[in-house]
Design a protein around this ligand. Structure first.
Ligand code: MN
Ligand code: MN
Length: 295
């Protein structure tokens, strides 16, 4: 990897780690989810980064992709709170997440995903198979009596690409492909008290622009121009609502969805409504791997 590129990853990771820690400090009973997300995003900007995706808070059985729209009034109380933060510098992405248990009942669940992540990171180096990473995660989480979420996985991080190859499993999926020197990946174990399989909920409040043609009306085109600035990275409905208002945003999103310009990322929840925890770090694979989202 070019030294300049490496510096960008390190910088993105530093900002992501700081924004995540800051967000963690805001996760308290009585706090509004939307306020926490907005403050985390403001912190990313203040530190000189850009969001690689909207900051997200998923509660209880929701594992991922929950993101406040402008009207969200959800207040934190006694939930299991997952905060997921992504930062990029010129397309070099850092992706990191943690879980805070406000219920006081799921400390072990939080520990299970965190320890699974630590154990996986310990064996990351060139030549290790993806299945071996998954096996370590699976074994750690089941040793606590929970299930890893099998249909969510870690992933490669490309330039302006959040989810690229390889897919990094949370169980031994038999994949004999190996990690290679200089690969940038995110590892993200999820532990569940339920089925360990997530399914989609609705509506989505996070989207990725996948096509920028086929819409004609002026309002939708204005919104489309704004979306292109994200360079193929996901965006929040809330960002559009802040800029264009709720009505114009709904109008434009409807048209963009009909024209198949958007890929929606709906909230994902454990199919048996079990409680879910998550931990995530981004790492550059090497003989001495660099976990660049570790503060
Ligand atoms: Mn993440
Ligand atoms: Mn990720």
């Amino acid at each position: 990897m070019e030294p300049e590129t490496l510096q960008k990853y390190i910088q993105a990771g530093k900002i992501a780690a700081e924004a995540l820690e800051y967000g963690k400090s805001l996760i308290k009973p009585g706090a509004k989810v939307k306020d926490v997300l907005e403050k985390v995003e403001a912190k990313i900007a203040e530190l000189g980064g850009k969001p690689a995706f909207p900051a997200q808070i998923s509660l209880n059985e929701f594992a991922a992709h929950s993101c406040s729209d402008l009207n969200d009034v959800t207040v934190l109380d006694n939930q299991i709170v997952k905060l997921d933060v992504g930062v990029h510098i010129d397309g070099c992405i850092a992706d990191t997440a943690l879980t805070v248990d406000l219920s006081g009942k799921y400390e072990e669940l939080v520990k299970a995903s965190r320890e699974a992540l630590d154990n996986a990171l310990k064996i990351v180096k060139p030549g290790v198979t993806l299945a071996e990473i998954g096996k370590v995660i699976h074994e750690t989480i089941t040793s606590y009596g929970f299930s890893p979420v099998k249909n969510l996985s870690g992933h490669g991080l490309g330039e302006y690409e959040i989810h690229t190859k390889p897919s990094v499993p949370n169980f031994d999926n038999g994949n004999k492909n190996v990690l290679t020197e200089g690969q940038v990946i995110a590892i993200e174990p999820f532990a569940s008290t339920g089925s360990g399989m997530v399914q989609e909920s609705s509506p989505a409040t996070v989207f990725t622009l996948i096509k920028d043609s086929g819409v004609r009306d002026p309002i939708t085109r204005t919104v489309l121009l704004e979306l292109k600035k994200q360079k193929g990275l996901p965006f929040a409905k809330r960002w559009l609502e802040q800029k264009f208002g709720v009505n114009k945003t709904n109008f434009a999103l409807k048209h963009l969805i009909t024209a198949e310009c958007l890929h929606p990322h709906p909230p994902l929840f454990d199919s048996a409504r079990g409680m879910v925890s998550q931990a995530e770090h981004s790492v550059i694979v090497g003989e001495k791997s660099i976990v660049f989202t570790r503060s």
